[in-house]
Unconditional design. Structure first.
Length: 588
């Protein structure tokens, strides 16, 4: 094997890893948030969890990806640690499907049908179809399918390239000598751990081992311990994802590690004990790709069957390793904001849904803050005022964390629909934050009146009550339309916003008349002006949210053009809604 053969092998490895990444990424995008939603709804049934973990991993062909996602679910509180154990065990079984697919490359027959069953035979066809979809289709779904097909073809081409490049190694004594050293179970296991830890994919490391087996120089005595080590090495990805996460998320990563370590130790102890008394004949034979796949599957299935009844023991072991402490900061961390887990950034469709959940909570906090602040105008209570300040600060925190999360997410490749939803959330959270700011302003106006002992006249108070009712209703309609994604409700906002503009103008004019008659003071006039201005600004932000919702759903509209058209004199439907609202909110 010369330098150029080495370059070919490295290039084949690069294509193999890239193809695997492209395949998994395409499958994840095609499924959107569906498989994560399935994981969320899992019950505590361990067997069901194992089957689900195996199925999901077989689809995305990466136990590391599944395990990292599970760590993320546990971290965000969506999934209990007990549920995670079964899924992690199932992921180890599901990842073996890759080795069986790669093992099919060793099929040898003169039959056309059998030869076409070889992945290396039909993968060029898949590549052609995938490139066709990629070049001529504008649909996201077909583009994701194209990524899957091309990814598989690239993976298989990389596998073939690696196999061809390492074939001459069978004639190199030094190489076969190194592999002979791996016949020592401990050294072989450590080699498997190191290889998989570096490339962070047991599927890929098994694929590399299968490519080396095609030289005929790798025996089962060397391959078996390497496969055992590969299962431990794949835990590195999950352990890394647990850094900086909650205690339960760290425990989930440790469950993955302990499961593989205990399973490997028990399997090797039994296997090599039996082999010592009654040597297995196949151990001295040259390993084959199908043989590697069989050993990989037998080990993971056996380990799962053996340790599944002791899943609670694994949880206890992880809890003993990561003990509960009186970590005040962690206990105070907002559970809703934990949904914004960086692990979900690799699954944009699901991450956006998590962002929406946090945004809905943010909208509810803003609504609560404004309603409480309006209540202070008639009855000032210090505890309520403190709650408004607390809510405004919390909404600010939500905007910072959710905004930063969505900005990071926006750099990811996602479907047009997902992009619309993300854009809508980014637009709306700014309006939610401003509404909470106006709530704080109204609270300060109420506080000034309370401290100075001021009060509005009975007439002005009744006018404000009508105004407050209109603001309460437009806020309720807006927030409900956002949380329920209800476009019909969103279309109710603008007519009410126009009525509120009219109320603001009427109340100011009435105040000027009272001021001229000496029925009101200039000081109270300034406070009333501040309150009505904040009310009007709140309705403006409600309008922004409603228009953004209509845009999110794909209605290609310019906000200003849309509002101009909506408020045109000849828009009978809109004018009818305005009249209905005017009758409902008439000033006394």
């Amino acid at each position: 094997m010369d330098f150029f053969d080495f370059l070919t092998m490295v290039g084949g490895l690069a294509l193999f890893l890239y193809g695997m990444h492209m395949l998994g990424d395409g499958l994840a995008k095609l499924s959107g948030s569906r498989f994560e939603s399935i994981l969320e709804k899992l019950t505590s049934n361990p067997l069901k969890a194992v089957l689900m973990g195996a199925g999901v991993t077989a689809v995305i062909q990466s136990s590391s990806a599944t395990t990292v996602m599970v760590v993320g679910f546990v971290n965000s509180g969506i999934m209990k640690l007990e549920q995670a154990v079964g899924i992690i065990m199932g992921a180890n079984i599901g990842t073996t499907i890759t080795s069986w697919i790669l093992g099919a490359t060793g099929i040898d027959s003169s039959s056309f049908l059998i030869r076409m069953c070889k992945p290396t035979s039909f993968s060029p066809v898949l590549a052609i179809v995938g490139v066709g979809f990629l070049m001529f289709s504008k649909k996201d779904k077909l583009k994701n399918i194209a990524a899957i097909l091309i990814g598989f073809a690239v993976l298989m081409f990389g596998m073939e390239t690696m196999s061809g490049a390492v074939k001459p190694l069978a004639e190199v004594p030094e190489f076969t000598g190194i592999l002979t050293r791996f016949s020592n179970p401990v050294l072989g296991m450590l080699a498997g751990v190191l290889l998989t830890a570096v490339i962070q994919s047991s599927s890929a490391s098994v694929g590399i081992l299968q490519a080396l087996c095609m030289t005929g120089a790798v025996g089962y005595s060397a391959a078996v311990p390497i496969i055992m080590g590969q299962n431990i090495g794949t835990c590195v990805t999950a352990l890394l994802s647990g850094v900086g996460a909650s205690k339960n998320a760290k425990r989930a990563a440790l469950v993955h590690l302990y499961f593989n370590i205990i399973g490997t130790v028990l399997f090797m102890a039994v296997f090599y004990s039996v082999n010592a008394f009654s040597p297995f004949a196949f151990m001295e034979e040259a390993a084959t790709p199908f043989g590697i796949a069989a050993v990989h599957s037998i080990f993971n299935i056996a380990a799962t069957l053996l340790l599944l009844p002791f899943s609670k023991g694994l949880v206890k072991l992880a809890c003993l390793t990561v003990r509960d402490t009186k970590d005040v900061e962690e206990k105070q961390k907002d559970s809703v904001l934990q949904l914004l887990d960086s692990r979900f950034l690799e699954m944009p469709a699901y991450a956006v849904e998590q962002g929406r959940t946090v945004a809905v909570t943010m909208s509810e906090l803003s609504e609560e803050a404004l309603n409480l602040s309006m209540g202070l105008l008639g009855n000032y209570v210090q505890e309520t005022a403190d709650r408004v300040v607390e809510l405004e600060s919390l909404v600010d925190k939500f905007e910072d964390e959710l905004g930063n999360y969505l900005v990071k997410l926006s750099a990811r490749d996602m479907s047009e629909k997902t992009s619309y939803i993300l854009s809508n959330i980014l637009h709306c959270i700014g309006d939610f934050e401003r509404i909470s700011d106006h709530a704080l302003n109204i609270k300060e106006a109420a506080e000034e009146m309370h401290v100075k002992g001021l009060s509005f006249s009975e007439k002005a108070q009744k006018e404000l009550e009508v105004f407050e009712k209109a603001i309460h209703d437009i806020l309720k309609i807006t927030m409900l339309s956002f949380s329920e994604e209800d476009l019909e409700l969103a279309r109710q906002v603008e007519p009410l916003e126009e009525v509120i503009d009219g109320l603001s103008l009427d109340i100011r004019q009435r105040h000027i008349k009272r001021l001229r008659k000496g029925k009101c003071t200039i000081e109270l006039g300034f406070i009333l002006s501040d309150i009505t201005t904040n009310f009007e600004r709140v309705s403006d932000h409600c309008s922004n949210i409603a228009v953004s919702l209509l845009q999110e759903r794909g209605d290609e509209i310019d906000p200003h053009a849309y509002l101009d058209e909506l408020k045109a004199e000849d828009n009978v439907e809109f004018r009818g809604k305005v009249m209905t609202y005017r009758e409902r909110y008439q000033l006394p």
